[in-house]
Design a protein around this ligand. Sequence first.
Ligand code: FAD
Length: 440
Amino acid sequence: MANVRPNIGPLTEAAAAPARRLRIAIVGYGTGGQACALLLSNDGHEVTVFERAAAPGPVGAGFLLQPVGLAVLWQMGLLPQVLAHGAVVTRLYGETAAGRPVMDMRYGDLDARYFGLGLQRGALFSVLDAAWQAGRQLHDDCTIVDVDAEAGKLTDARGVRHAGYDLVIVADGAASRLRGKVTPARLNRPYAWGAQWCLVEQGAWAWPAELQQRYVGARRMAGMLPVGTRPGDPVPRLSFFWSMPVSALDGDASARQWRGELQALWPDAAARLQATDVPDGLAMARYRDAVHARWSRGRAVLLGDAAHAMSPQLGQGVNMALLDARALRDALRREAAVPAALAAYERERRAHVGIYHFWSRWLTPMFQSERDRVASLRDLVFHPLSRVPGGRGQMLRVLSGTRRGWLGSFALPAGFLDAISNECSESTVGATPSSVRGVL
Ligand SMILES: Cc1cc2nc3c(=O)[nH]c(=O)nc-3n(C[C@H](O)[C@H](O)[C@H](O)COP(=O)(O)OP(=O)(O)OC[C@H]3O[C@@H](n4cnc5c(N)ncnc54)[C@H](O)[C@@H]3O)c2cc1C
């Protein structure tokens, strides 16, 4: 039998908060850094965040929150806020240009209460930012260039030293320049393929509750993900992805070619983009694969993409960063000494992250590469495999973020499942059901 581990605890754990108040520095105010700042400040620690952006804000495309990530936000008391903006996604569907289904998965086939939530980065950033007010110390426009892990000391790009920290959390993202100052990376490799992306108005889009993708071999992948609204902008939007080799991302041609190619591959998406004010040159995203034999040394620890960058093929990175932050908070509650807490955090998270690293590394070339034969095999095998009862369950577990190791699984808390149980049936952008408000 699978090892079912109820490792997501109850919503309020104030009694478990640590007695010792730590001075904690966090490098990076992305999802991981934001979640840590909020959770650790709430536990009474003195938290200072260093962020290189002059005006911290969301960077990057819209994304899909999985049930595991939503459960962390529920524990943080932020579920109503994200549900008020996000788009409920019940199905992930992808087909070839010839109309052959490659992927067709519904969260409801794993558990009738499960769904994903498409969200704009701006929405999650604003929700986490607004929640972190108590004891807030955020140094923006402050790039950290050095970390002394043993002494708990940082140096910024202006040469100013920031010292005396009991704990330094390095959450500076996939392209981290600091990860090697904490522990050497066993693997730190950029992917040869990336993506262009933009947000477009949802309008009368035919699939408001589905991630839809179209493929031409592994050389072309177009995607549309409903991502709802964000504070200050009530227009529901879709996040459009267009896969391409990194070498082409930098070329001029990419800016002009994609419209024509999209028209041929997926006229519905081309029409949606035409109806909205989209620039020819889209934003670009690059991915990286990074593996560390250890995640901490002395007083410093890696978190989020800095610890385990992976391709977004499985749509897990934001969820992982949220889970990392909660696991670190919990370990600091349980263990009196910082090194013991860091070791416990790493043990807990490694057991979950490893399988996602593995699958994203293997799946990415099937969807983003020049390997035509691999893509043909994918087109033949994927969909039939997802219809087999055992295979379907395995795929859905990985997708929902609830796979732990090869056979184990996370059990999501009953209270969380009750809170979201009314959400699967239809898209409820902007409408927070009373069950969710009631729980919090
Ligand atoms: C195209 C694309 C699609 C994706 N889709 C999904 C999805 O659907 N679902 C999902 O869960 N994940 C998705 N991801 C992954 C997700 O975006 C990341 O895993 C997640 O943002 C990682 O959070 P983080 O806090 O570790 O890093 P980041 O969010 O990258 O934050 C790092 C922060 O550190 C700051 N920083 C960097 N260097 C320094 C320095 N030296 N000093 C100070 N500050 C610094 C940066 O400015 C930034 O604010 C996607 C990624 C991409 C590229």
